[in-house]
Design a protein around this ligand. Structure first.
Ligand code: CA
Ligand code: CA
Length: 289
């Protein structure tokens, strides 16, 4: 099943009408717009010209049959395909250097199977999904904001081969995604990755009565908990606490033992420190489980 990029939302909301219905085990392709709704295509297209009512479009939502409140939706990312170029932008007020940026600028970078070509440098390709989530239980949340439902987590580990476990807060889950990046460093310090159009193929699976702390990422080698909150400390505390919970669910470690293991071998990292909520993650090698 293919969900075309003309079906986008700007708010993850339980009241959004689903654009498709899927069931556990299905393979879906989401065509995605870039975060500027494909309006920054040349170096003359600047941030100040963007329509901010139409940023961070997420394709969807998809209603998943049998997904009920308290379940998890496992989203296995089987393939990410990108357009041939993307945009990195900067402008006064944007990102960590916001107050020091004097003029806005857009750089278009070519992309191939291996690299992003920035100036005369080659940056290894790291295809990733910036925005992916389900509908929250309460009021809708703008697609630019990460929170307990997922959303704009801008976490580089949400990439091909990884599985993302999202909470089901409303019947049918209402999965949506967008905001692909061809590359993005931890922190996303200027407020953008290499923003690019593309498509994502996923396999979805409903996990009944899931007691994992969510959202949660599983890679070939690691479990990764994700926390989003108003500041980095609070976001860190969520990611840390969730990893302690996961360890206690999957192993016989006590609370103290789990915490000490994380102190010895867990890696707390910044996913992004520029969005309306910050996102931190805790990574732990699977061998410790
Ligand atoms: Ca983003
Ligand atoms: Ca982005």
């Amino acid at each position: 099943m293919r969900i075309t990029r003309d079906h986008v939302i700007y708010t993850m909301d339980k009241n959004n009408d689903p654009v498709a219905t899927a069931k556990s085990g299905d393979s879906l392709i989401f065509e995605t717009c870039d975060c500027f709704h494909d309006t920054v295509l040349t170096q003359e297209d600047l941030v100040s010209q963007i329509n901010f009512d139409r940023v961070n479009p997420a394709t969807g939502p998809v209603y998943v049959e049998g997904a009920e409140v308290g379940d998890a939706l496992k989203v296995k990312i089987s393939r990410i395909t990108l357009a041939e170029q993307g945009a990195i932008v900067t402008a006064p007020g944007l990102g960590r250097l916001a107050n020091e940026i004097k003029q806005e600028e857009t750089v278009i970078c070519k992309v191939d199977e291996d690299y992003v070509y920035y100036q005369d440098l080659k940056i290894p390709l790291n295809k990733m999904i910036g925005v992916i989530g389900t509908a929250p239980a309460g009021d809708g949340i703008a697609t630019g904001i990460p929170d307990a439902h997922g959303g704009n987590m801008d976490t580089p580990m949400i990439r091909e081969g990884a599985a993302l476990y999202l909470p089901v807060h409303v019947e049918g889950a209402l999965l949506a995604m967008g905001d692909l990046h061809a590359a993005m460093g931890d922190g996303e310090i200027m407020g953008a990755g290499l923003e690019i159009q593309g498509e994502v193929e996923v396999e979805i699976e409903v996990i009944k009565n899931c007691d994992y702390p969510l959202p949660l990422i599983e890679t070939e080698t690691s479990w990764i908990t994700v926390g989003s909150a108003e500041n980095m400390e609070e976001a860190s505390d969520i990611a840390i606490r969730h990893m302690v919970d996961l360890l206690q669910k999957k192993t016989t470690f006590t609370f103290n033992e789990a915490g000490m293991l994380l102190s010895l071998a867990g890696n707390l990292k910044a996913s992004q420190v520029v969005n309306p909520n910050r996102t931190m993650r805790m990574e732990l090698d699977k061998k410790y489980f």
